[in-house]
Design a protein around this ligand. Structure first.
Ligand code: ZN
Length: 286
């Protein structure tokens, strides 16, 4: 599943080419998670002003085409197994490609076999190319997201304030994404290992020092994943192998029964909310 690092790597791989690209046509395949929310022909002739990321969403604000068209842009989500890339050659969209944005810089396609992904129109207030959707579904999808992990305001105190009073295990509180975005299943296990916190620990009872360690660990793990993704960009595009690259560095994720690289104990797996959690009982404490 594409997580924050994979989405950021995707963004970096398309932003240069898309910035300033003029839309020539829009082709929709089978329905995605949500309808587009605008007539495709209203997008034609407009330029992509930028490609931004918030959580696992990409936001492409469009110029207003001389204020004929409504101000706004496209919000994209890669769903469970989607990927974004430029079509090479003149081949028609394949059976898993359900959205194509043909531009004067190339044809951008969303490949999404399971169709949990989405491309949604978002209205925005007309105050510059970088502004985010302000009304409708796109704005609502972004409104519940927690802080970005690389935002300078994200630290232990921020995390502790957001976890206060929560009685769920810390792993699940992180996965919810309303405290901090980007900590998916793999990265939650890895960050908790790095911070020395048992994934079953009650979220609201984690003290200031451990919250500080956890915030730092989240940033470090996501940073490493981002760098690992950067080195396998080409593979990710056609085979979504991003997580595979990071797994070579994983300390506990998907290592049940193997030796802990830090203490030599045995890595264990448990189920939390139907998701596998990996941890080392010798290194992580409640
Ligand atoms: Zn250990």
């Amino acid at each position: 599943m594409p997580e924050l690092p994979e989405v950021e790597v995707t963004r970096l791989s398309v932003v240069e080419r898309l910035r300033g690209a003029r839309i020539a046509s829009v082709t929709l395949g089978k329905p995605l998670r949500w309808p587009l929310g605008c007539k495709p022909e209203t997008l034609i002739g407009r330029r992509v002003a930028d490609v931004l990321r918030r959580g696992k969403y990409l936001w492409m604000p469009l110029d207003d085409a001389g204020s004929i068209a409504p101000a706004g842009g496209l919000l994209l989500h890669l769903g469970m197994s989607g990927s974004l890339g430029f079509a090479e050659g003149d081949a028609a969209p394949g059976p898993w490609q359900h959205f194509e944005l043909a531009t004067d810089r190339g044809r951008l396609r969303l490949t999404d076999p399971r169709r949990f992904g989405a491309v949604v129109w978002g209205d925005r207030a007309a105050d510059g190319p970088g502004s985010w959707p302000s009304t409708g579904r796109a704005a609502a999808l972004l409104a519940t997201l927690g802080i970005e992990p690389f935002d300078p305001a994200f630290d232990g105190a921020w995390l502790r304030a957001r976890l206060r009073g929560r009685r769920v295990p810390i792993k699940q509180a992180l996965l919810a994404g309303d405290a901090v975005v980007g900590v998916g299943n793999i990265y939650a296990s890895e960050a908790l290992f790095e911070a020395g916190i048992d994934p079953r620990a009650e979220a609201g009872r984690i003290g200031p020092l451990r919250c500080e360690r956890l915030a730092a660990a989240i940033r470090a793990v996501l940073g490493r994943a981002l760098r690992a993704g950067g080195t396998t960009l080409r593979d990710f595009r056609d085979a979504h192998g991003m997580n595979g690259a990071f797994q070579h560095e994983a300390q506990v994720y998907d290592r049940e029964g193997q030796r802990c690289r830090r203490c030599g104990g045995v890595v264990r797996r448990l189920l939390q909310g139907q998701r596998s959690t990996y941890f080392c009982p010798g290194c992580q404490f409640r």
